[in-house]
Every structure is written in C-alpha cells, then in structure tokens.
Design a protein around this ligand. Structure first.
Ligand SMILES: NC(=O)c1ccc[n+]([C@@H]2O[C@H](COP(=O)([O-])OP(=O)(O)OC[C@H]3O[C@@H](n4cnc5c(N)ncnc54)[C@H](OP(=O)(O)O)[C@@H]3O)[C@@H](O)[C@H]2O)c1
Length: 189
C-alpha cells in the first residue's frame, strides 16, 4: 500500500501561506536548499527546475501529487497549468474544468480517490497542499514532512483546516539547518 505524505513549508505558528495565499516569504536561500532539493527533487515544479538550470526532476519518493484547487490556482495564475509534469497530477475541485491534459481534476470524494491511488503500485503520493485539502484528507495522511521555518506569520492559511481533534504522530527523523529551518518527519502512530 502506498503512503500519503504531506510535504510542506510552515511557519512556527503553523501557517503555510499569507492570508492572501502568497507563500514567497519562505526563504529559498540557505543551507537547507541544496539538501532538500537533492533529497526531494520531485517537489520542485518542473518549470522552476528548468529556470534554475536543473534537469527535469526525477521521482524519488513520490510519483504522484495531489493538491487542492487553492494550491493549483496559484500556479495557474502564474501560467503553469501542469506544474509537476514529472509526476501524475490530481487537483481536487468541485467547480474547475480541466486546464491541461496531464492534470486530472477530481470532483468526487478526496478520501475515496486517495484510497484508490494508495491501492495502486508505485512510489509514494505527495499531498502538496493546501490546508483545506489536508483537513479533508487528515485521516489518510501517513507521514508529515514539515519544513518549519523560523518565521511567525500571525495570520494566514493554516497547515490544517478543520475542527479540533488532537491526533498524535511519532517523530521519525529531524534535521536542523544553519538557516534555522528544521525538517521534521512524523509518522502516524
Ligand atoms: N507552504 C507551502 O509549502 C505550500 C504548499 C502548497 C500550497 N501552499 C499555499 O496553500 C494555499 C492554498 O491552500 P488552501 O487551504 O486555501 O486551499 P487548498 O487546500 O489548496 O484547496 C482548497 C480547494 O480544494 C477543493 N476541495 C477541498 N475539499 C474538497 C472536496 N471534499 N471535494 C472536492 N474538492 C475539494 C475545493 O475547490 P473548489 O472550491 O473548486 O471545489 C477547495 O476550495 C495557497 O495559497 C498556496 O500558496 C503553500
């Protein structure tokens, strides 16, 4: 059975974006960059890899990405309707029409779709964001891969939407960078 991993950048106070959806305040520069890019190359958008002179990312941990419409809207507005062309791409939305032949729009139940994907052969499934979809898929998340930056946002889009329900995870690994970013791997208990 394949795993669903929520790999995401967060502030210390659990925000993944500003209230207006911008996430460009997470610093690119620092010693974390080369390490994370080497370890999780497939999380780099295809066009970003090309722009910085890197080859098309190889699927290392994940061969599939799932995201909510809010997350997809950001790259659509930037003019990239197939942001992770090196992965199988699914966008959850009840209203959006297909924008690119390589990106499937799923209007049905995200939990059912993720269970269907988990039952298929292959590498892991990356939950790219955002907090709204993560809240819906919370019980299906096997692994949290959280890049915690030394930033307090005060307000913004949260790591998880939803109601209060304290759920414990097991710390499986951690790595601290000189930049102040701490990469935490938590697995479902
Ligand atoms: N820090 C990071 O690493 C990172 C990574 C990714 C994204 N982000 C940020 O996250 C923000 C977006 O997060 P978000 O929480 O606002 O939105 P989101 O989770 O990306 O998307 C929410 C949308 O997903 C669809 N959806 C949710 N539940 C559904 C269901 N049960 N069935 C079908 N579709 C469903 C709905 O689209 P419809 O309304 O069309 O039905 C909903 O409006 C962006 O601003 C982005 O910058 C940050």
């Amino acid at each position: 059975m394949r795993k669903l991993s929520y790999y995401i950048a967060s502030t210390v106070d659990g925000c993944i974006a500003a209230p207006d959806g911008a996430a460009d305040f997470f610093p690119w520069d620092g010693d974390h960059n080369a390490v994370m890019t080497a370890e999780y190359p497939e999380t780099l958008p295809t066009h970003v890899a090309a722009a910085v002179g890197l080859p098309t990312p190889e699927p290392r941990h994940f061969d599939t990405v799932v995201m909510g419409r809010g997350t997809y809207d950001v790259v659509l507005e930037e003019g990239f309707p197939s942001p992770y062309a090196h992965l199988r791409q699914y966008v959850f939305s009840t209203g959006l029409e297909r924008q690119h032949p390589d990106v499937e729009i799923v209007s049905g139940d995200p939990v059912a779709k993720v269970r269907e994907l988990k039952a298929q052969e292959g590498k892991g499934i990356w939950l790219c964001g955002g907090g709204n979809l993560a809240g819906v898929l919370r019980e299906e998340i096997d692994e949290l891969l959280v890049k915690i930056y030394p930033i307090v946002a005060g307000a913004g889009i949260r790591l998880f939407d939803g109601e209060f329900r304290a759920t414990g995870f097991r710390l499986a690994a951690h790595r601290v960078f000189d930049s102040g970013m701490v990469f935490m791997t938590y697995r479902r208990l």
